[in-house]
Every structure is written in C-alpha cells, then in structure tokens.
Design a protein around this ligand. Sequence first.
Ligand SMILES: O=P(O)(O)OP(=O)(O)OP(=O)(O)OC[C@H]1O[C@@H](n2cnc3c(O)ncnc32)[C@H](O)[C@@H]1O
Ligand SMILES: [Mg+2]
Length: 170
Amino acid sequence: MKIIIGSKNPAKIMAVQTAFSDYEAEIISNDVPSGVSDQPFSDEETIKGAINRAFGALEISGGQIGIGLEGGVQKTEYGLFLCNWGALAEEGKSPIIGGGARIPLPEEVSARLLAGEELGPVMDDYAKKVNVRKNEGAVGIFTNGQVNRSEMFSHVMKLLIGQYEYRKMG
Ligand SMILES: O=P(O)(O)OP(=O)(O)OP(=O)(O)OC[C@H]1O[C@@H](n2cnc3c(O)ncnc32)[C@H](O)[C@@H]1O
Ligand SMILES: [Mg+2]
C-alpha cells in the first residue's frame, strides 16, 4: 500500500509514520497546496485545508491513501484556540476527518495572529527558538512539552486510521 502525506513538515511526517507502523506501507511525502490561507482562521477552513491536501497528495503521487494534516486557529468566547485537523482520502470516496486536541493561545500570541501574522513565525519569536512548527509546535511550548505537535498529530492519525478500518469492515 502506498500512502502519500501532503506536507514535508517533519512533525507531520513522523506522526503518519508512527500511525501506520503496523501496516506494510510505503510512505511518501509531498508538498501539496492546502488551497486555504497560510493561517486558517476557523475549524471549517482548517478542515478544508486538510481535505485539499489529502486529495492533492493522492493526485500527485497516485497511491491508495492520501493524508492531509492542517493547523489553524478558531475564535471562541474564551480566546483564540489552536485547532488541528486531519483528513484521509481514498479515490472516489468521501474523506475521513478527525480533529486534534485544542488549547487557548496566550493573549500576546493571539493579538499578533489577529493582526495578520502567521503562527509559525510568531511562535519562533515568542519562544526564542527556530522552527517550532517543525518540532514541538505551539502545543508543545504551551503544555511544557507534555504534548508535542507530532504526538498531537499522532492522535489525529489514530482517529483517521480507526475510522478507515471501521469503514473497511463494512
Ligand atoms: O509545511 P506545512 O505542512 O504547511 O506545515 P505548517 O507548519 O505550515 O503547518 P500548517 O500549514 O498546518 O499550519 C498553519 C499555520 O499555523 C502554524 N502552526 C500551526 N500549528 C503550529 C504549531 O503547533 N506551532 C507553530 N506553528 C504552528 C503554521 O506554521 C502555519 O503558519
Ligand atoms: Mg503551512
């Protein structure tokens, strides 16, 4: 089975590899456009990005399964929350969707996003680190390393693969 991930981000790739470790699968990664803004600003937009990446990955490399993982933020009464969504695509079928853990962002970070900046660079600046988005992620920083970005996406992957298996059982 050939599985294509619609991203070259190592935190995402690691999550997909871990999730499919019990499968005999060839896993390929490819940069695929999300078709939504670089900084998605709602669950809907983030889900759409994940689905676009999943089908885009399938189209580019012609495997059996395309995976799209997308990060965004969602406004709530309690502040701006991190949101992360995943989609699993199979040719001719409706996409399987699953969402990740969510936590609020500190006011200082939210204000910059609301002013139009992207979370990736803002996090590097805030944490005084390089490439936070490819490593522990915002979730890793704000949970003191208890849950890093790859673990968060691993959980999303379990939700996707579980639903994929359930669908296959008929
Ligand atoms: O290469 P791709 O797959 O695009 O990976 P990415 O890190 O840009 O991730 P997304 O496009 O899914 O995320 C949308 C935006 O939010 C940022 N982002 C999302 N989650 C993050 C996190 O946990 N830590 C830091 N930045 C994050 C990311 O850098 C983008 O600006
Ligand atoms: Mg991106």
